[in-house]
Design a binder for this molecule. Sequence first.
Ligand code: AMP
Ligand code: MG
Length: 325
Amino acid sequence: MRARISDNTQDAADFLRDGRLVALPTETVYGLGANALDETAVANIFSAKNRPAFDPLIIHQSNANRILEYASSVPKDAWKLAEAFWPGPLTLVLPKKDIVPDLVSAGLKTVALRVPDHPLTREVLNLVDFPVAAPSANPFGFVSPTTAQHVADQLGDRIDFILDGGPCRVGLESTIVGFPDGKTTVLRKGGLPIEDIEEALAHAVAVRTHGSSKPMAPGMLSRHYSPGNRIELFRKLNTDTPVPTNSAWITFGGGGPVFSHHESRSLAVYNLSPNGNLAEAAQQLFRVLRLIAERKYEYVAVQLLPEKGLGRAINDRLRRAAATE
Ligand code: AMP
Ligand code: MG
């Protein structure tokens, strides 16, 4: 089997109705979708990705009004956030109703819900009469895909259909917000900046830091997004620092080109955004991490971004890409 790449939403909907797997474009990253209420189809997501069964999936729905079909209660803050940011890069973790298969929620009593903001995928969600469970369309532990071709490269022989919606606009996974003990808490940093959430709610929120042991959500494993190179993180890269042959830098700001190669030092330099634009850096991040992996640099030095706005989510991904356990 080799996945067909197309922008035909009717075909995507047909495959989903058939219980098959379809890669879907969203504004965050490409997702690997299946009928969320069909346990067999959902099980196929886990096997295609080699995803461990303890890692729950996000349910994608066509609009916020459907939240009560899958969630048994919705705190006030959740409604406010849904209203302010859906469709958009926000996932809400809420107490689940029995209709949600345990496999989707990995046995948890909660379910993760999102209304994605991509015209093709919204069309598909409107064409089918079930919600779509979709984790990122990459093998478990690897960098998330931000183009249809990324999906084809890694999962093309395991799925039937890739809906091509062009490169993802945001480029980072959704920000996940839950309400443990009634406290509004960011469980995973992502494409919606925490500052925006706090502004919409008019109060500060808790931010859970991840750890490698017993993560509440495996998107929080310390080692994830692993390109396989030796990666070191810096506050500021020093142009005089010697580097081994076949090295790369990932930088941000400071002008210049997005890519340059310094023959004399055998050093490739990738700039996530020469103008210092965080949204552009987010959009470029996974593409650059993919290139780093493909080109098998011996050593990669990374300059961390400012710890604000999307910079926090980008640094989170960079730290995990650099983690060795
Ligand atoms: P992915 O789309 O591959 O980034 O995976 C979805 C993310 O959502 C994973 O990190 C999950 O662990 C997280 N997630 C899904 N359901 C829940 C839940 N009920 N509680 C906490 N996190 C969840
Ligand atoms: Mg993922």
